[in-house]
Design a protein around this ligand. Structure first.
Ligand code: SF4
Length: 327
């Protein structure tokens, strides 16, 4: 059988894409990989390094920046169950992979996708849509599910051996875990939790942000990742949860000339406010700040407002507005 010279595998470093690399190596082809990261990645970068070293393959690393943020704000194919625009995300990654494949002379793109593993993007109909949009129909090989999918051009042409591909589908990973075991692959990250966009709490904060703002920036994402978020009368406030977050909020307040609140007579979080916050919002924000301070219940608490002026408000910790305004 003739051999294709090179394939490019999308590698997240998770179990499925690691297995896809191994399956392609076992086909006797030359394998390179591309690893995409985004500002929402919670991925363990070491796992990609491990695969690179374990199989001695070349890994291209691509960071998806502002272009990706713009896509998140307005994905043509919509979101999954949270703020994950998986279809458009896959389309963007495959478009970039296609360019790299062309550059390195790879004749096919390989992914670790498993049929029906994810309800939104890994259904057969969605895989078809994605292939069509990137103009790669019949050219994307998914070795873990290949036998359940239409034959690809490479298999048709005898460049890949369909018999050495798999027919895995669904969310359970029993077969993948068994394969990994049989190949001595033991060190791989947990399959869930690689993308913040699938996190319900983060998604709520991001949805709220996009409801009030058109443009998503890196700075805003860093703020979305920290603190407790509230919205009162259209104004956003962020309350720090620990020393590190308080420092970040304080430095944002200083850099962007934004006002903040802090309890002065007890240990306190920093609460970052928006500019031009009304008296009503500031008072409610002060009450929320006091609620997260070390002040005991029913205490009178002094909260300092630091903005274009500095003033002190007095609030009572009995008022609990947190659940009313929490995003
Ligand atoms: S889970 Fe996140 S990284 Fe993965 S395809 Fe969906 S949006 Fe993209």
């Amino acid at each position: 059988m003739d051999k294709i010279t090179k394939v490019l595998t999308l590698l997240s470093g998770g179990l499925d894409s690691t297995l896809a690399v191994k399956i392609m190596i076992d086909q006797g082809v030359d394998v390179e990989a591309v690893n995409f990261t985004t500002p929402f990645c919670l991925c363990d970068k070491c796992s990609v390094d491990r695969v690179e070293i374990m199989f001695g393959i070349n890994v291209h690393r691509v960071y998806l920046g502002q272009e990706y943020l713009d896509l998140i704000a307005n994905p043509p194919h919509g979101y999954g169950s949270h703020m994950n625009p998986c279809i458009d995300c896959r389309i963007l990654m495959l478009k970039k992979a296609k360019e790299i494949a062309k550059k390195i002379g790879a004749t096919s793109i390989v992914t670790g996708e498993v049929l029906n593993q994810r309800p939104f993007s890994q259904k057969k109909s969605m895989m078809d849509t994605i292939e069509k949009e990137v103009d790669l129909e019949g050219k994307i090989l998914r070795p873990l599910s290949a036998k359940l999918l239409p034959i690809t051009d490479q298999e048709k042409n005898g460049l890949l051996d369909r018999e050495k591909l798999y027919s895995i589908q669904g969310r359970r990973r029993i077969q993948q875990i068994e394969l990994a075991k049989s190949w001595g692959i033991t060190d791989y990250p947990c399959p869930s939790g690689g993308c913040l966009l699938t996190d319900p709490q983060f998604s709520r904060k991001l949805r709220d942000f996009l409801d009030y703002n058109k443009k998503l920036t890196f700075k805003e994402i860093e703020l979305l990742k920290i603190g407790r978020h509230f919205r009162i009368d259209g104004k956003k406030l962020i309350v720090g949860r620990n020393k590190n977050e308080n420092q970040k909020l304080l430095s944002t307040a200083n850099q962007e000339n934004k006002p903040y609140l802090e309890v002065t007579n007890y240990m306190s979080p920093i609460t970052l406010l928006e500019k031009n916050t009304t008296k009503n919002v500031t008072e409610k924000a002060a009450s929320i700040t006091a609620r997260y301070s070390d002040a005991p219940k029913n205490a009178k608490v002094k909260v300092q407002y630091v903005g274009s002026i500095v003033k002190t408000l007095e609030v009572n910790t009995t008022d609990d507005l947190t659940s009313l305004y929490r995003i």
